[in-house]
Design a protein around this ligand. Structure first.
Ligand code: GCU
Length: 403
């Protein structure tokens, strides 16, 4: 039984007064006045705070990792693309623990091609209706369309084509890659299974990496592969993610500066939104309903948000000076659209340290009025939680001129 969860605020008038932890003051009290000091000192301070208190620490790149290309077909998507499926075995001595990367590369481009990467919710077979995609054998949520007893079936093929529009990416000249998050770590409470089982020394620690941490770690392992794939331009990899997978994309992009750009859609609490506004999903709820997402140390803030020495503007600031786009939706109150905007607004300080522009506005913009600066993007669209053609339209505009 789930312990009772404190009621959540959906009234702007109930948002408490709060102060955001400073981005540009070092732990020793000195101001960060230059991008150099940010990069060499403050960045690491913030990363260790967020690791220890929220997402968990992370193992280094595994030494015995192997990549096995088990499928290659240049006639995919009516001959427009080459499909590759690559198995990443994190430790060759434990080959039952792996993730499969599904990649489509546009055939018309002969040089290394920029790539858009995103985790998916229920298996690579969801990403496109292509019968050659291996159906995941990993655990999937019972709620996933077509799932029987937590296993994916044929009925799930192509279910998520709108979430991550692969054919459009190919037409626009990008490679597309996706990985089932549950291959890396299934989305239920067990902080020691899947990839965590490879690191027994971290188990039972309150700062052991969590499910969101593991997903982010897996994204970096995909980058390790792209660095070796000659068809991919590893300097131009865009990381995307929706909702909980947006939380993982942001954390991966924050830590791993090899990712050239991050686009987060409605990642909300634990992603782009400020916890300290206490609007929408509460820390109490997120730690009780999704206890696997963050490390055990995070639980102490469940009813103690004002004492948190960090907030999500720090995660966004770690992406600087690389381009960052936040997309949200007016009806998605659980994720707190205003808190997502204010978080980005706070993070702009670090972009300014690097000499780039902040957002031209101080208040949440009107619905369907996207803002794009040299490095930052934001929109709030009409409608509910999810990802739409409108979101992707804006993302492609942003990617095209900034990647
Ligand atoms: C729930 C959860 C959110 C999360 C979302 C999703 O709504 O409360 O934090 O972002 O699921 O992943 O779809």
């Amino acid at each position: 039984m789930l312990a009772s969860v404190k009621a959540q605020t959906l009234e702007e008038s109930e948002v408490p007064k709060y102060t955001l932890p400073a981005l540009t003051i070092l732990n020793n009290g000195k101001d960060v006045k230059t991008a150099k000091v940010w990069e060499s000192k403050r960045r690491d301070e913030i990363i260790s705070l967020l690791k220890n208190e929220m997402y968990g620490i992370m193992p280094k790149k595994p030494k015995r990792m192997v990549f096995k290309v088990f499928d290659m077909d240049s006639t995919a998507i009516n001959g427009k693309a080459t499909r590759k499926q690559v198995r990443v075995i994190f430790d060759k001595k434990a080959d039952s623990i792996f993730m499969d990367i599904l990649i489509y590369i546009p055939n018309k481009i002969k040089q290394p091609v920029p790539l858009i990467l995103g985790l998916n919710f229920a298996g690579n077979q969801e990403a496109l209706n292509d019968p050659k995609i291996k159906i995941t054998e990993s655990w999937v949520s019972k709620k996933s369309k077509g799932a029987i007893k937590n296993k994916a079936t044929e009925a799930s093929r192509g279910n998520a084509e709108d979430v991550f529009p692969i054919e459009r990416m190919i037409d626009e000249g990008y490679a597309a890659a996706t990985i089932y998050a549950g291959d890396i770590d299934p989305d239920y409470l067990d902080l020691n299974n899947a990839v965590q089982s490879l690191y027994p020394k971290l188990q039972n620690r309150k700062d052991n990496f969590s499910t969101i941490g593991a997903w982010a770690w897996g994204l970096s392992r995909a980058m390790d592969y792209f660095e070796k794939d000659k068809q991919v331009d590893e300097k131009r990899v865009v990381l995307t993610g929706l909702s909980r997978l947006g939380k993982a994309a942001l954390w991966a992009g924050a830590l791993d500066q090899r990712f050239a750009m991050v686009i987060s859609t409605e990642s909300g609490k634990g992603g782009d939104a400020l916890f300290k506004r206490e609007f929408g999903e509460s820390v109490d709820r997120i730690t009780k309903v999704f206890p696997q997402w963050f490390c055990l140390n995070f639980d102490k803030y469940a009813n103690n948000v004002s004492q948190m020495p960090f907030d999500q503007h720090m995660v966004l600031a770690l992406v600087a000076p690389r381009p960052l786009y936040i997309g949200t939706a007016i009806e998605d109150l659980n994720e707190d659209p205003k808190g997502e905007f204010l978080s980005l607004k706070a993070a702009e300080l670090v972009y300014k340290l690097f000499g780039f522009n902040g957002l031209p506005i101080n208040q949440l913009p009107k619905v369907n009025q996207p803002i794009q600066t040299d490095k930052l993007g934001f929109h709030i669209r009409e409608g509910k939680h999810g990802i739409t053609a409108y979101d992707w339209h804006n993302y492609f505009v942003f990617i095209k001129s900034r990647l």
